[in-house]
Ligand binder design. Structure first.
Ligand SMILES: [Zn+2]
Length: 331
């Protein structure tokens, strides 16, 4: 049985599998530039973040209707359930769709419908985080968030993602707007960018969690700050290896961070592109680093501690990890 976990760093668009890309292309009569699914798969050998992002955004062209977004969300949820996910805080790159003419309402209603149904069907609780795109201007982010807030769907938070270039300062206004609406705040930082970017999203955007944050290790003061404030890192080992942020999984600095008191969680990021869903991430990281049952259970409990859920829901989630661990001890 897969370890019960809360997934806190997964981009909905990053769960778009080649098979679904082709199905949606056919349904929407979108011409794809590849010779077929296998040809598309050969392009998943990435040299870095930008190389990946180019393909990631290109593939989204097949997502057009509310039904498309609902189908994509359902496909993710069905796979996530098998991966042991009991709670998910899903990232949505809204501007990647509004920017090519798909209205925010179409995107948000499709995703929200599927998430609502999953709570009833699978017992997986969920929240939606609008991840604003850092490679676009700050005003565009604020505008996208305003549009999202006008749609009658549940939003959990706001995030910042995409190419980690330039300052996060232009996004301060959007994050202040989010806070004023009671939304949680998270941000990608310290993935390809330096440790100073981690400090910046804490200070300027009021981020409550840092997505990736692996390069915090380059500055002891940043590591100490994360540990002292119990600021969670949503780490994505398979993504970091695929995008050459770290050389190999054996060299992943997970223990270095946990030993120094940082609250680390394991996540998939863009599972359709980086070779695995969160169960694969736990299994492969455990194998590479020699993590035992206790360490895996501790990581799963970290994911619950880092979740934006009620204390009641958190206790339920932690009890599932306790039961999983007890079950393994008996076996
Ligand atoms: Zn990410």
């Amino acid at each position: 049985m897969a370890i019960p976990t809360a997934e806190l760093h997964v981009h909905l668009e990053g769960t778009l599998e080649p098979e679904l890309i082709y199905q949606l292309a056919e349904r929407n009569r979108v011409e794809l530039p590849w010779a077929g699914i296998e040809d598309l798969r050969t392009r998943y050998d990435f040299t870095g973040l930008q190389h990946f992002l180019d393909l990631y955004y290109a593939n989204m062209a097949v997502l057009r209707t509310e039904e498309d977004f609902a189908d994509l969300t359902r496909a993710y949820l069905a796979r996530a359930v098998r991966a042991g996910v009991r709670h998910t805080e899903l990232f949505l790159d809204l501007q990647a769709h509004t920017g090519r003419g798909v209205p925010a309402e179409v995107v948000l209603r499709g995703v929200d419908d599927a998430l609502g149904a999953s709570e009833a069907e699978y017992g997986v609780s969920s929240g939606l985080i609008i991840t604003l795109l850092r490679h676009l201007p700050g005003e565009a982010a604020t505008e996208a968030l305003r549009e999202a807030l006008e749609v009658d769907v549940r939003l959990l938070g706001v995030g910042l993602c995409s190419a980690e270039t330039g300052s996060a300062r232009p996004f301060r206004e959007a994050f202040e707007l989010a806070a004023a609406h009671g939304l949680h705040r998270v941000a990608h930082a310290g993935e390809e960018g330096p440790a100073a970017n981690v400090t910046e999203v804490l200070d300027v955007l009021g981020a409550e969690r840092v997505d990736h944050g692996i390069r915090a290790l380059e500055d002891d003061a940043v590591v100490e700050r994360l540990a002292a404030g119990r600021v969670p890192l949503t780490m994505c080992p398979l993504s970091n290896v695929r995008l050459q942020v770290v050389g190999s999984l054996d060299a992943y600095p997970l223990r270095e961070l946990t030993d120094r008191g940082v609250l680390v969680t394991l996540n998939s990021d863009d599972p359709a592109y980086f070779g695995g869903y969160v169960d694969d991430v736990y299994r492969e990281t455990a194998a590479a680093l020699g993590l035992g049952t206790q360490e895996l259970a501790a990581l799963a409990r970290n994911s619950m501690e880092a979740s934006f859920v009620s204390e009641v829901r958190r206790a339920e989630l932690v009890a599932e990890v306790d039961a999983w661990e007890a079950g393994l001890r008996e076996a």
